[in-house]
Design a protein around this ligand. Structure first.
Ligand SMILES: Cc1cc2nc3c(=O)[nH]c(=O)nc-3n(C[C@H](O)[C@H](O)[C@H](O)COP(=O)(O)OP(=O)(O)OC[C@H]3O[C@@H](n4cnc5c(N)ncnc54)[C@H](O)[C@@H]3O)c2cc1C
Length: 408
């Protein structure tokens, strides 16, 4: 790990722990927000409504701006801090955790690739001081899972830009203070010649085109919209999206999402543990047969935790170098983290459900696993694992397997 390990910022000198402004008690603050999220999680899921109480609690704990550098009013936090918070929130309310994770992914892109553009830095300052919530738009049109291809183009006229986009999925679009969106660079650019554009609420209108009545992650309210925007040319990030994608967007999304999914899995294990404990007490201390499934769930959770920790170490070790994450083996490692974590998290929740048996299968009762299971089913399709694996086929052929175990 080099001397800048732990910093999320390419633009700024990294903040060391002692340079961050107090309070740094991220876990305690996350737990306070998670307690609120847990109280409302069932209702959020049932009503498929935005988890407004949890988001207000996250805001009250001032967790939205934590990645913003200290010189711009943020806390200069490390990705490790965000990872922990996603995990804590995930155990309480999956939708709240995913909203938080998606916001932080966008913030990571903004903080690492603004390169001193005044408008962009002012935005970061506002996110930190006003605790703005940023949404993400990458999915476009009917078959929009290919994040590295855009249809709508930025139209530039002098210092002004405009965008008209069929944004078929934007989580919490109506509840966000801004949207960070991919787009084709210009009318004559190819689909993969993309940029990233930061928009604030008064830059755009949203016309709803699709609802969000899903199995799980219902509180993310990931409706489809026609997004029409106008703004300043400085709202386009100065670096090509291709680089933002490989250096930040993809690795950080995979890291933060995996952390939220790990939190969901841990929540399911905790519930299964309560079930087995109760069953053991009822039979005079004798372990029920279902205990074996709980043990298996715990083994799988530890494997999942190791995978996320390894992904975090890889990112920390290489991300402060502007091209640090370019090597094929590192790209593969960060992409496979997403695939592996999403599948493992689902396996954990399944094992936890089997530990609870019928009590877990029921939709009512204190040991129901329904919400955990429905929420975690989103993980393999949120950027579809099949697509990630198919895209990796060429790189897998080109690169040798790792030569050792101890290096990241
Ligand atoms: C909870 C949640 C929140 C989301 N929030 C947002 C958001 O805020 N903003 C946003 O822009 N998007 C969001 N999305 C959408 C997400 O980014 C993806 O676009 C979406 O999950 C893709 O789903 P898909 O399975 O239809 O993908 P696609 O990749 O389009 O795949 C469709 C089908 O084709 C198959 N497939 C695709 N490519 C291949 C291939 N190369 N080889 C083999 N099979 C293939 C897949 O298995 C799948 O069956 C969200 C999704 C979820 C689940």
């Amino acid at each position: 790990m080099n001397s800048q390990a732990g910093s999320l910022s390419l633009d700024d000198r990294p903040a060391r722990q002692d340079e961050r402004s107090p309070p740094h008690d991220f876990i305690a603050r996350a737990r306070a927000a998670a307690a609120v999220a847990a109280t409302h999680a069932e209702n959020v899921d049932r009503e498929a409504r935005f988890p407004r109480e949890a988001i207000e609690a996250i805001r009250a704990e001032r967790l939205f701006g934590l990645l913003v550098p200290t010189r711009l009013g943020g806390e200069g936090a490390r990705p490790a801090d965000v990872v922990d918070i996603c995990y804590v929130l995930g155990g309480a309310c999956a939708s709240s955790a995913m909203v938080f994770a998606m916001h932080q992914v966008k913030l990571a892109c903004l903080t690492r690739h603004a390169h001193g553009v005044v408008w962009q830095e002012q935005l970061q300052r506002r996110i930190a001081t006003e605790q703005l919530l940023m949404a993400s738009s990458t999915t476009e049109g009917a078959a929009g899972g290919n994040i590295r291809s855009s249809e709508a183009a930025v139209q530039t006229s002098g210092s002004r830009i405009a965008l008209d986009r069929n944004a078929s999925v934007i989580s919490y679009g109506e509840h966000a203070d801004g949207i960070v969106t991919t787009a084709r660079r210009s009318e004559d650019a190819g689909p993969s010649d993309q940029v990233l554009v930061a928009l604030l609420k008064d830059n755009y209108t949203l016309e709803r085109t699709q609802g969000w009545d899903t199995l799980g992650m219902r509180g993310t309210c990931s409706q489809g919209y026609r997004l029409r925007a106008e703004g300043d040319a400085a709202q386009v990030l100065p670096e090509a999206y291709e680089r933002i994608h490989s250096q930040t967007m993809a690795p950080v999304a995979h890291l933060f999402w995996s952390s939220a999914w790990s939190g969901i899995a841990a929540g399911a294990v905790q519930r299964a543990r309560s079930f087995v404990r109760k069953a053991a007490r009822a039979s005079g201390g004798q372990m029920p047969p279902a205990a074996a499934h709980l043990t298996r769930a715990r083994v799988q959770l530890e494997t999942l935790r190791s995978a996320v920790q390894s992904g975090l170490r890889t990112f920390e070790a290489h991300s402060s170098d502007p091209n640090g994450l370019d090597p094929v083996n590192l790209q593969l490692a960060m992409n496979f983290l997403k695939v592996e974590a999403s599948e493992l998290a689902l396996t954990v929740v399944m094992s936890a459900m089997r530990a609870c048996g019928l009590a877990g299968y029921r939709n009512d009762g204190e040991f129901t696993m329904g919400r955990y299971l429905r929420d975690i089913l989103s993980a393999p399709i949120m950027i579809n694992n099949d697509r990630i694996l198919a895209n990796a086929e060429g790189s897998v052929l080109m690169s040798d397997p790792p030569a050792g175990l101890s290096q990241t």
